[in-house]
Design a protein around this ligand. Structure first.
Ligand code: GLC
Length: 427
């Protein structure tokens, strides 16, 4: 199978929402809680028995995502704990068997579609509940010798059938799916008893996916190349490449280091920081998949919602510096990021300089300049080549420099943006 899906919508949209939600949301201390605390199935069952998200409102999730500028939403249909949010025929370990008693995926899909958002499913390749998933270093019972002896004959082929069957369900029951995030392969982590593409039979799996929904974008974590690569919790230093060629990439990022709801974790990112991460990614040709961790009752964490609210205010006025934009061939000055779309070059100011911003190589190439949030003109100055710096006159600037005259007051927004109308679309 070769990656073949059409990625244009993805690289145009640029910004999506990741939702980690499941039984671990009740523990409220990270989605790996079962692994970290070496919880047995009996212990973890408490969350299943108390799962009753009476405030689940995917319409609110979708509207919040849309307002924040996100154009696709990716939901954990099954995380590593094996719990399924949809009414799978292949297991009883699913939402419909909990006190809540209803399928959670269908209303999610309907809400996304109603808001015009693309639909993404996350599916964990790892499964700490399935009786045929061979116990390895990721497993909660990894140190339980008795348990390991009793489960030594587990056959990954049984699990693989289940995995393929579940992916088939996800791609045949909910209409068009735009995006799949598999998580994850670790064939090279021998100390973990690694699993990878051979264990999942990734070629067969991807073939089935392409048969069922040829357009769907698939990530690279089955262990085979996918339609995009997935840097996790870091911002790439430059546009990502493979064998010297640019690749489609999407950074997935948390708001506090944890994916699942983590009540007492206060290591929270500010909206300012998140806007800078989004801009930084687009300036390097990448997407941002920003995660939220709703509570066990299904509410957005108010702290997540507050950041999304601030993102919405920024996006409302600055959307066009992100949507459909990518890297610019021009080199941005210090503390700035450029994004470009055709003849529009967007200067994002991560720091606000006193009065003047010098843009190398742009002299004679800009027709008009304005602050994006209020369309107020920004005046431009070009100093004569060779002009020395004098007492009250600027100079000493490299030939080709365009200087923008900024107001003293920095606009009150996480990242101010100047929109430049170039004389030509290309450098
Ligand atoms: C990691 C974690 C997982 C999380 C994922 C998101 O692979 O195992 O908990 O869902 O990253 O990208």
């Amino acid at each position: 199978m070769t990656p073949s899906a059409e990625t244009t919508w993805f690289t145009t949209d640029r910004f999506g929402m990741f939702v980690h939600w499941g039984l671990y949301s009740l523990a409220a201390r990270h989605e790996w809680v079962k692994h970290r605390e070496r919880q047995s199935d009996e212990r973890y069952q408490l969350y299943f028995d108390h799962f009753d998200p009476d405030r689940y409102d995917p319409v609110r999730w979708a509207r919040t995502a849309k307002a924040a500028g996100m154009r696709y939403v990716v939901l954990t249909t099954k995380h590593h704990d094996g719990f399924c949010l949809w009414d799978s025929d292949l297991t009883d370990y699913k939402a419909t068997k909990t006190p809540y008693g209803r399928d959670l995926v269908e209303p999610f899909v309907a809400a996304c579609r109603a808001e015009g958002l693309k639909v993404g499913f996350y599916y964990s390749l790892i499964d700490w509940h399935h009786p045929s998933f061979p116990v390895d270093g990721t497993h909660p019972q990894r140190d339980d010798e008795e348990f390991k002896a009793a489960t030594a004959d587990r056959d990954i082929r049984d699990y693989r059938r289940y995995l393929h069957g579940q992916v088939r369900e996800l791609l045949t029951r909910f209409g068009r799916v735009d995006y799949l995030f598999f998580d994850f392969s670790y064939a090279d982590r021998h100390w973990w008893g690694g699993k990878g593409p051979d264990d999942w039979d990734a070629p067969e799996l991807l073939g089935m996916i392409r048969d069922l929904q040829p357009h769907v974008l698939v990530n690279d974590r089955t262990g085979l190349p996918g339609d995009f690569v997935t840097p996790e919790q870091y911002q790439p230093a430059e546009p990502m490449t493979k064998d010297g060629r640019a690749v489609v990439w999407e950074a997935c990022q948390t708001l506090n280091g944890s994916w699942g709801y983590d009540r007492d974790n206060l290591d929270r990112k500010s909206a300012d920081l998140v806007v800078r991460m989004l801009v930084d990614g687009v300036s390097k040709g990448g997407n941002l998949l920003l995660n939220i961790g709703p509570t066990g009752r299904g509410d957005l964490d108010p702290r997540d919602a507050a950041v999304l609210g601030e993102l919405a205010r920024w996006t409302e006025l600055h959307e066009r510096s992100i949507r459909g934009c990518g890297p610019s061939p021009y080199t941005a000055p210090a503390d700035c990021r450029y994004t470009q779309r055709g003849d529009r070059l967007y200067v994002h100011l991560f720091a606000w300089p006193p009065r003047h911003l010098h843009l190398p190589g742009l002299a004679g190439r800009v027709r008009y300049a304005q602050l994006l949030h209020d369309a107020s003109e920004i005046t431009r100055v070009e100093t004569a080549p060779g002009q020395p710096a004098l007492h009250t006159e600027m100079g000493g600037l490299p030939e080709g420099t365009l200087t923008l005259q900024l107001p003293v007051q920095r606009p009150d927004t996480p990242v101010p943006v100047i929109e430049l109308f170039l004389t030509h679309a290309e450098a």
